[in-house]
Structure formats: structure tokens, C-alpha cells
Design a protein around this ligand. Structure first.
Ligand SMILES: *Cc1c(COP(=O)(O)O)cnc(C)c1O
Length: 358
């Protein structure tokens, strides 16, 4: 079976050497030496200039904490073409998601449709850098400033992406990332928040640790969002391999692009950005063709993934309001297998099958 993705596993000795450090310290969580070291190393790796990083236990809690601080129970303008966590966190935080349709080629939120969705209850925009493809961060910032809104980016797919030479995590009031096992850089489970403003960073910080202000006092309401030393150990063992991982994916994506029938629609990348080759979505002419291709791939022991499906405005706990381009795209997009160590013969087989359905 060819899986859609495979976690990168560093040599076990290198992982256990990091775990050994936690043992030697007798310290397993609560911002120990490994978490602090991983924050420093990621700050350097990502070339963060103004933003600070705070590591967390997954990529969902930072969305919740950011919404708690910035959305304040109001209406949140968001994209329906993302992973469920982008919408479920809005609902979980007692806010109302207001869906704005996506750009048909970039697949990110269509910034030209945002202003029409703003009401006096709108507090925040939560947009996803879909498949690592940056949103139009400049127009979104301009709109947010004009209407006094906050901007949160779900950057779960965007590790290592730059826009105009700067980490994409430096844009918006807050950006979140996921270090889940299936993501490009991972800590098994894990995530992070990035923020430039020091007052806001302080709020995010205390909220991720139960609201503690020292052992006996509290700033306010908090939750447990802390990354453990065991998660950081995996991150410290994976990080030295990032160049290798990114280079290998670049080669794999190039092979897909060159081998795929040119009639297929592919992701259009934002100009002036350096992409991370995190996913390889193929957009079929219609859902029927996608389903035929998926079936044929499975018959050849190949797992592709309908990602993202369904369009999030159709979630069962929401009042259905139509968002045509997102709904239509979600029915036609299939992500092909892409992982470090994928073999040329595997890719050739996948291309041979998929090209029958262009
Ligand atoms: C993976 C993902 C998340 C959630 O991250 P977890 O670490 O799994 O909690 C949120 N948003 C998007 C777009 C994702 O792909």
C-alpha cells in the first residue's frame, strides 16, 4: 500500500539521545530545556525577525487561544476550504463563522469578497494558507486596518514558506502552525503560535498555562496548551533533517508537475512566495472523475486523500449557507501521495492511473 503521507522518522538513536536529556534533567514538561531550545532553534531556522514563537501541544489549541484573545465571541470571517479545526475552533470559542468564498485558483480566501461580509459584530478574520500557499496578506491587512479587525492565520501547512523574503509566520496579528505527525515538520503532536505584539504575546502565554501568574496567582482564564519535553525531543531530532526533507519533496513535486496531464488544474502559487511543497492537490473536471480515479488508485493499493472535503460551511452543526466555489472545489480536489522516501516507480504508477481521468 502506498500511503498518502508518512511521518518522517529520524534515526531512533538521535531521538532517544534527546529523550535521554529529558531523563537526565528529570523534567518532562512545563517549558523545560528541550522546549526552550526548540523555540530558539525554530526562531533561527525560520529567520523570525519581529515575531516570537510559543510552542504548544497541538495546532488546534493555539487557534482556540488566539480566538479567545482576539475574536471575543463575535463574528469571525473565515474560509470554508480548510481543515475542520479552522471552523470548529471558532464554534468552540462561542463565535460565529462567516464564510467567504475562495479564489478558484489560489484556493485561499477571496480577499475581494471580505468587505461585503463585515458587520458591526465582526471582530476577526481567520484565514488559512491553504496547502502552504499564502493568502493575499497585504490586502487582508489593509481591509483589517480599515475596519479595525484582528487577523489570525492558520499556518498549519505553511512551515518554511516565505513571502517577499520573510517568513509567512510574520504576517497577521497571530499565526498558528501544526506540528502533527502528518505535517512537514513534526513533533508527533504539537504546534506553535507566532506573534509580534508583546502585550498580545504575554496574553497568549498566560492563557496557554492555565492563566498562571506565578504558582499562586492568576491573570485570567487559561487552558493547558503546553508542549512537553517528549514532544520537543522529537522536534529537535527532526529539525536537522528539514533541508533534506524539503529538497526531496521539491524533486517529487517536480516529477508530478512534469508527468501530470496538463489538462488537470493544479494549485496556482502566489507570486513572490517560496513554497514548501507540502501537498500535491490535483483538481479534477468533476466529482465523478475524481471518484473513478480514487477507486482505480485504491485498486492499485494507492491511498490518495480528499483534502479538504467537505467544504466547511456544510458541517452538520452549522446552518447551511451556500459558498459555491468552495463547495465545487472541495468535490473535485484530491491530494496525491507525497512523503520523504517516496520511490520513482511509485510516482510513475500514480501518474499512470491519475492521467486516465484527466
Ligand atoms: C492539521 C491542521 C490543523 C490542526 O492541527 P493539529 O496539530 O492536528 O491540532 C489546523 N488547521 C489546518 C489547516 C490543519 O491542516
Amino acid at each position: 500500500m502506498i500511503p498518502v503521507t508518512k511521518s518522517f522518522l529520524p534515526p531512533i538513536e538521535e531521538y532517544t539521545a534527546q529523550v535521554q536529556r529529558a531523563y537526565n534533567n528529570g523534567w518532562l514538561t512545563n517549558r523545560g530545556a528541550l522546549v526552550l531550545e526548540l523555540e530558539d532553534k525554530l526562531t533561527a531556522y525560520l529567520n523570525l525577525d519581529q515575531s516570537r514563537i510559543l510552542l504548544m501541544n497541538n495546532g488546534t489549541i493555539p487557534l482556540q487561544i488566539a480566538l479567545k484573545c482576539l475574536a471575543k465571541g463575535g463574528e469571525v470571517i473565515t474560509t470554508p476550504f480548510s481543515y475542520v479545526a479552522t471552523t470548529s475552533t471558532i464554534v468552540w470559542e462561542g463565535c460565529t463563522p462567516i464564510f467567504v468564498d475562495i479564489h478558484p485558483e489560489y484556493l485561499t480566501i477571496d480577499e475581494t469578497k471580505i468587505e461585503a461580509a463585515i458587520t458591526d459584530k465582526t471582530t476577526c478574520i481567520l484565514a488559512t494558507h491553504v496547502f502552504g500557499n499564502p493568502c493575499n496578506v497585504e490586502d487582508i491587512e489593509r481591509i483589517a486596518k480599515k475596519h479595525n479587525l484582528k487577523v489570525i492565520y492558520d499556518g498549519a501547512h505553511a512551515f518554511g514558506v516565505t513571502y517577499k523574503g520573510k517568513s509567512i509566520f510574520e504576517y497577521g496579528d497571530v499565526t498558528t502552525c501544526s506540528f502533527h505527525a502528518t505535517k512537514l515538520f513534526h513533533t508527533g503532536e504539537g504546534g506553535a503560535i507566532f506573534c509580534k505584539d508583546s502585550d498580545l504575546f504575554h496574553q497568549l502565554y498566560y492563557r496557554h498555562n492555565f492563566g498562571h501568574d506565578g504558582p499562586l496567582a492568576f491573570h485570567g482564564l487559561g487552558i493547558n496548551g503546553k508542549m512537553s519535553e517528549l514532544q520537543a525531543a522529537m522536534g529537535l531530532a527532526v529539525l536537522p533533517y528539514m533541508e533534506k526533507i524539503l529538497n526531496s519533496r521539491e524533486v517529487l513535486v517536480k516529477t508530478y508537475v512534469e508527468g501530470l496531464n496538463p489538462t488537470f488544474q493544479k494549485l496556482k502559487l502566489r507570486t513572490e512566495s517560496a513554497w514548501n511543497n507540502s501537498y500535491f492537490p490535483v483538481i479534477f473536471e468533476n466529482e465523478e472523475r475524481l471518484l473513478m480515479a480514487e477507486r482505480e488508485l485504491l485498486a492499485n493499493q494507492i491511498m490518495a486523500r480528499r483534502y479538504f472535503y467537505p467544504s466547511l460551511n456544510t458541517l452538520p452543526y452549522l446552518n447551511h449557507s451556500p459558498v459555491p466555489i468552495s463547495e465545487n472545489t472541495a468535490k473535485r480536489v484530491l491530494c496525491l501521495p507525497l512523503f520523504y522516501g517516496m520511490q520513482a516507480v511509485e510516482q510513475a504508477l500514480i501518474l499512470a492511473v491519475v492521467n486516465n481521468f484527466s
